[in-house]
Write a protein that binds this ligand. Structure first.
Ligand code: ZN
Length: 291
């Protein structure tokens, strides 16, 4: 009798569990903002933003996690990662040198641009790939989704912001002339003000974004030539100015690409400003294999 009751209870428990949503927490640590989402499948149930603390970021991430009950956690970090060690994080220096696995034992840890690329891939009804993601924020990041998975290289692939030859300026990665030094919000003065002015038709600001588009084209053209993407998505805060830099970007790409024309490629803006957090959460949920 007891055994029957036990078996029935176990079956009942299994039945309940099969209908319990697998929710996951996604956290994207950016240079200025930390984006947090709660995800159920492909649906964002909750979204919050915090300011990135100037000094120690790890305690801030830990206290955010404590506010949630989800045990599946995806953590997107602006790091060049190798074996969960943050080898370099020019825009959140306090993460540098930290073995993130020691602080976030069960989390799925991924480079932020790779997470954003995956998030944008999942958010689209059509699963376009290869999907090249260019993140234009404090710094410049790159991500790629290929064969339905984020490309990670040996840790963090696609560090497009640190290809050289764009200026004589020292980048926070320690080297000189990175693409990031001419396009990143950290290095380009008054980007936000310029965007507001451009919206009001200010000629100087419109010319600034025209030049921004040309430089961006020069930065991403080698990646396009090598990867032959189906779609290119622009994310990050500077992508708000997409309509001001896109025409010159497209024109310049026409000059810089062989065999591929910009008309062969789909272009678009990120669908969600928290798509890196979303992508990390979906990966943590284990949907990567099922998609
Ligand atoms: Zn650099």
């Amino acid at each position: 009798m007891c055994l029957i009751v036990y078996k029935s209870f176990s079956l009942f428990l299994l039945y309940i569990l099969s209908f319990t949503p697998i929710m996951a927490l996604g956290i994207d640590v950016g240079g200025t903002k930390i984006c947090v989402v709660v995800v159920d499948g492909k649906e964002i149930l909750e979204k919050k933003q915090y300011r990135t603390p100037k000094k120690e970021v790890i305690p801030a991430i830990r206290s955010i996690i404590q506010n949630y009950e989800e045990d599946k956690i995806g953590l997107a970090v602006p790091c060049y990662l190798r074996d969960s060690i943050c080898k370099g994080a020019p825009n959140v220096k306090s993460l540098e040198g930290k073995r993130l696995r020691d602080y976030f034992r069960d989390a799925y840890i991924i480079n932020d641009a790779a997470a954003m690329a995956y998030g944008e891939y999942v958010l689209r009804d059509e699963q376009y790939e290869p999907l090249l993601l260019i993140s234009l924020g404090t710094g410049v990041g790159g991500g790629l989704v290929i064969h339905g998975k984020p490309y990670k290289g040996k840790g963090s692939g696609m560090e497009i912001g640190h290809i050289k030859g764009f200026s004589g300026r020292r980048c926070d990665c320690g080297k000189i002339g990175c693409l990031e030094t001419v396009l990143g919000g950290k290095y380009v003065e008054n980007l936000k003000e310029r965007y507001i002015k451009a919206k009001n038709g200010d000629k100087e600001s419109l010319t600034f974004f025209e030049n921004y588009g040309v430089t961006l084209a020069r930065g991403i053209a080698p990646a396009i030539q090598l990867l032959d993407p189906e779609i290119i998505v622009f994310g990050g805060s500077v992508s708000e100015a997409y309509r001001f830099f896109f025409p010159s970007l497209k024109n310049e790409l026409r000059n810089l690409l062989s065999f591929i024309t910009p008309e062969d490629i789909l272009f678009g803006r990120a669908k969600d400003f928290c798509s890196a957090a979303f992508g990390a959460a979906v990966l943590a949920e284990g949907h990567e294999r099922r998609l």
